[in-house]
Each structure stands twice: as C-alpha cells, then as structure tokens.
Design a protein around this ligand. Structure first.
Ligand SMILES: [Zn+2]
Length: 226
C-alpha cells in the first residue's frame, strides 16, 4: 500500500509554499508533465500523441538519458515543449548528501545546455523536479538559490505503479484534474502500459470539455543560465 495521494492535499502544498504544485488560473488549462525520458519508442510516441491534440507539455529529463538519446531530446524541443531537469542519474533526495545532489543536478543541466542550442529560453526555463518527489528543505533552499523553479504536482497518474490498472490510471487523472493542475505521467518503459492507455483518453476527454494543454513556460533571462 502506498501513502502517496493521487491528489496533493492543500496542507502539503502549504507546507512547501516555495515549490510549485499547480498554476493558479481560471482558464481551462492543464499542465501535463512527463518524467524520466528521453526513452526510445516511448518519448516519440508521446510527442506524436500530444501533437494530435495540439497539446504542449513539460518533460523532466534525466541527464544520462539525454546523453544517450540526444536525437529524441531534440525532438521534444522541436515539438515546442518545455524541458526540465530531473537530475543526471535519478538521484534520491533523502539519501544523498546535498553537495553530491547538486553536482548531479549540474551534470543534467550541462547535458540540457549541450543539446539544446538555439532553443527559445522559455522552453528551457530552469525547472527542476526531484526524482521520487524526494526533496529536503535544505535542498529546496539551495536549488531556489540557483534560480530553479521546483515543480511538484497536483495530480499523480500512478502510471508507473504495477498495482494500478490502465483504467485506474485514467480514472486518477480524469477525476482529480482541474484548471491549472500539474499532472505527472512518465515517458518510461515501466509506465508505458498505463501511460499509453491513459494519455490519449485524457487528451480526448479534456479537449472535448474545452480544455487545452500548456507547457510550463516560465520566463527566465539568459543570465540565469550562467
Ligand atoms: Zn523520475
């Protein structure tokens, strides 16, 4: 049994007010996010699927996967989605010393910068999502000091969880997502069975109900990349 809720409770959001849990908007905007890619077969499928619905999203990439699959990483950018940092080796924030953790974030940032020449800045704003959602107040402070926006979530699809059925995964997203929700999917092998079922149906359902899908395109200045 897991204690992680599908929908992040308000009390948790208030406990960490410097992290971004959702986007405050009255408009019918949804912010889909995809963690752990780029992954061969999976990420390009996600890009095509999003494109069918003119949907934009944000991809929290693992630096090592960018190094291994720079062509797929560049496809993400070419389709106009936003890129975020998800560490270089999918590091656990509760079990890693702060210095080593930040070095791993820097490694991923180097991979992102190396393979995203000429990318509009708003697509590669300094966004960070901690693997497993594990982050300490100390790490949070250090990352914020480095100008990262720390992106958590409002809704977890549980696509990675083998105990979650395809139908449950879809239901998790449809029942909990609302205006400004940040929703977590994974473009990974592990999550693909559920994700590839739930994503097209999520796009279909919310599009029919007048929603559109946006990337997290916070504005950053060139100086912030130094
Ligand atoms: Zn992850």
């Amino acid at each position: 049994m897991t204690l992680t809720p599908i929908k992040t409770p308000l009390v948790a959001k208030k406990m960490f007010p410097n992290f971004i849990w959702d986007i405050s908007t009255n408009e019918k905007f949804i912010y889909l996010t995809f963690d752990d890619g780029p992954t061969p077969e999976i990420t390009n499928w996600v890009l095509d699927t999003l494109n069918t619905y003119q949907a934009k999203a944000t991809f929290f990439c693992i630096g090592k996967n960018i190094e291994n699959h720079p062509d797929i990483f560049q496809n993400i950018i070419r389709y106009g989605h936003a890129i975020g940092n998800h560490t270089h080796n999918h590091v656990k924030g509760w079990k890693t010393k702060a210095e080593a953790y930040l070095q791993n974030v820097d490694l991923a940032a180097s991979a992102i910068n190396k393979h995203s020449n000429n990318t509009p800045l708003q697509q590669k704003a300094k966004l960070f999502r901690p693997p497993y959602g594990q982050i300490t107040p100390k790490l949070g402070k250090l990352l914020l000091a480095k100008d990262y926006k720390i992106i958590m979530w409002d809704v977890l699809s549980f696509d990675w969880d083998y105990k979650t059925t395809q139908q449950d995964c879809l239901e998790n997203v449809i029942s909990k997502t609302t205006n400004g929700s940040i929703v977590v999917f994974h473009d990974s092998i592990k999550a693909s069975k559920n994700m590839q079922y739930a994503l097209p149906k999520t796009l279909e359902y919310f599009s029919k109900n007048g929603y559109s899908f946006k990337s997290l395109d916070f504005k950053h200045t060139a100086e912030q990349y130094q």
